[in-house]
Design a protein around this ligand. Structure first.
Ligand SMILES: CC(C)(COP(=O)(O)OP(=O)(O)OC[C@H]1O[C@@H](n2cnc3c(N)ncnc32)[C@H](O)[C@@H]1OP(=O)(O)O)[C@@H](O)C(=O)NCCC(=O)NCCS
Length: 187
């Protein structure tokens, strides 16, 4: 893979639909490499594409989710989503979901760059509290910690690992990216 820096962009629903097979290929490659991101093996690329088509595209179209891709030489090598579909009492919170970097493109700062774009958007949307969960012990944990996310604890036996061999714990993390707006702060 070339040494060029990744190009990041957020996609409209139509743009994401046009890149469904690339998004599906990325998700499929990550799960095949052992990523614990809701899916278990066997998992086909068609199922991966269906996930984006059914769960992500409608949310982008509804304005409750932003999806970024990172490209190197025109190839999608990373993605992340910001989910702002929160209840009425959490208008200041947003969730990180499906941070994925292709196994061949890892440890080059792509996840860090995607998270920076996500946090900029969260701040622009006045979403000051960002929450996420990630499998305990995964590489994502030191990544999030290095970005200032605080681990508040783990839930044991939270999910089945992708190979269906055991139950894994998950770590719940959060980051406050800036002070809540005056209205929320006065509550
Ligand atoms: C976690 C993941 C997104 C990291 O992507 P990446 O582009 O390789 O991460 P970056 O290069 O931006 O790394 C940023 C930091 O994360 C940590 N990190 C990432 N990979 C690591 C590894 N293999 N070992 C130790 N630390 C690691 C380091 O602190 C790293 O900083 P450094 O390189 O300056 O030491 C990627 O490994 C992945 O897609 N994993 C599978 C899916 C997944 O678990 N996603 C998270 C779901 S919540």
């Amino acid at each position: 893979m070339s040494a060029h820096p990744p190009v990041l962009s957020s996609l409209t629903a139509a743009e994401a639909e046009a890149r469904l097979s690339e998004l599906g290929a990325l998700l499929h490659a990550c799960v095949a490499a052992g990523a614990s991101v809701n899916f278990v093996w066997p998992f086909t690329q068609a199922e991966a594409e269906l996930f984006f088509a059914r769960k992500v595209l409608p949310a982008i179209a509804a304005g409750t989710r932003t999806l970024w891709i990172a490209e190197i030489d025109g190839r999608v090598v990373g993605t992340v989503q910001l989910d702002v579909d929160t209840p009425p009492n959490q208008p200041h919170r947003a969730e990180v979901t499906k941070l994925l970097v292709h196994p061949e493109a890892r440890r080059r700062g792509i996840a860090r760059a995607l998270m920076a774009a996500l946090e900029d958007r969260a701040a622009a949307l006045e979403r000051s509290l960002i929450t996420l969960d990630t499998r305990t012990g995964d590489f994502a944990e030191p990544l999030y910690a290095s970005l200032g996310y605080v681990a508040i604890g783990t839930i044991p036996d939270y999910c089945i690992d992708p190979a269906r061999t055991r139950l894994d714990a998950t770590t719940i993390m959060y980051k406050t990216i800036r002070a809540p707006s005056a209205g929320a702060a006065s509550l």
